[in-house]
Design a protein around this ligand. Structure first.
Ligand code: ZN
Length: 263
């Protein structure tokens, strides 16, 4: 009797080990895009994943957008996200935009594609659905399924390059592409929850000091650095310590997280 009891305990232990290994395998084989899609994002929170350079996927309680994906996502990655309301392209430079990849992402979930003039030229023959390709000039705005996007002129090269101010589910996000500072940002003072700021990298217009001026103009609750080296992020982090109420948040690429927006 005792021997049988021991044997069944051993069998249960083996079964638990196999189950544990299987669950570990399942969790480790999930892509960051699956993980992002599975996150619960409540009211007053932002789900965000940095893909490198200026590329982000952002979710609020009921909406999702992709910004400047270049060729950093596959059609399958986009499909695994479920509903995506809009894909925003700030400008046509290759580290922000790839025409055929953008077309694939659009086809994955029929997201509306919002672009500047330079990117529009490469997409107008590809994206033909009614209202699916939206060209914005600086100062213009578009609304798609509850996501409001305002275009701000970027201080950068290209054909009418843009920055975007996005409102979704009560959360306001500013994405500054790889722009230098522009005085028009002062129009958004106190209105920005999350500012995504270019710290330099390959951009001739962006730098830690230009990003600091952007933060100083809008005073975001959260400042996320992008488009820069880790040294440039460090420089921006130190500079922002002088701005009270601005929380610096450096994101690891492909590490999705849910960030509460301070009240
Ligand atoms: Zn550029």
């Amino acid at each position: 009797m005792k021997a049988i009891h021991k044997a069944s305990i051993a069998a249960a232990a083996v079964a638990a080990t196999i189950l544990g290994a299987y669950l570990y395998f399942l969790s480790s084989s999930r892509s960051p895009f699956d993980e992002f899609a599975g996150m619960r994002v409540g009211e007053g929170e932002v789900g965000i994943m940095f893909l490198g350079t200026s590329a982000f996927i952002i979710r609020t309680s009921r909406h999702a957008i992709i910004i400047d994906p270049a060729a950093k996502m596959s059609k399958d990655d986009a499909s695994s996200l479920g509903t995506v309301d809009a894909i925003l392209i700030t400008h046509e430079h290759g580290d922000h935009f790839d025409a055929s990849s953008t077309f694939d992402l659009h086809r994955a979930n029929e997201a509306v594609v919002v672009v500047n003039e330079g990117a529009y030229a490469s997409l107008e023959g590809l994206i033909r659905g009614e209202g699916k390709l939206v060209l914005l000039e600086p100062g213009e705005a578009a609304e798609t399924g509850g996501v409001v996007v305002k275009a701000i002129a970027s201080n950068h090269s290209g054909l009418s390059p843009l920055m975007y101010f996005i409102s979704m589910d009560g959360v306001a996000i500013l994405h500054c592409s790889d722009s230098g500072f522009v005085p028009e940002l002062a129009d958004y003072a106190g209105e920005v929850d999350v500012a995504i700021l270019p710290a330099g990298g390959a951009s001739p217009t962006a730098s830690p000091s230009q990003a600091f001026k952007m933060a100083e103009a809008v005073m975001p609750k959260i400042a996320i650095p992008m488009h820069g080296t880790s040294a440039e992020y460090g420089e921006l982090r130190s500079a922002l310590e002088s701005l009270q109420g601005v929380q610096f948040l450096e994101l690891e690429p492909l590490s999705p997280q849910v960030v509460p927006v301070p009240p």
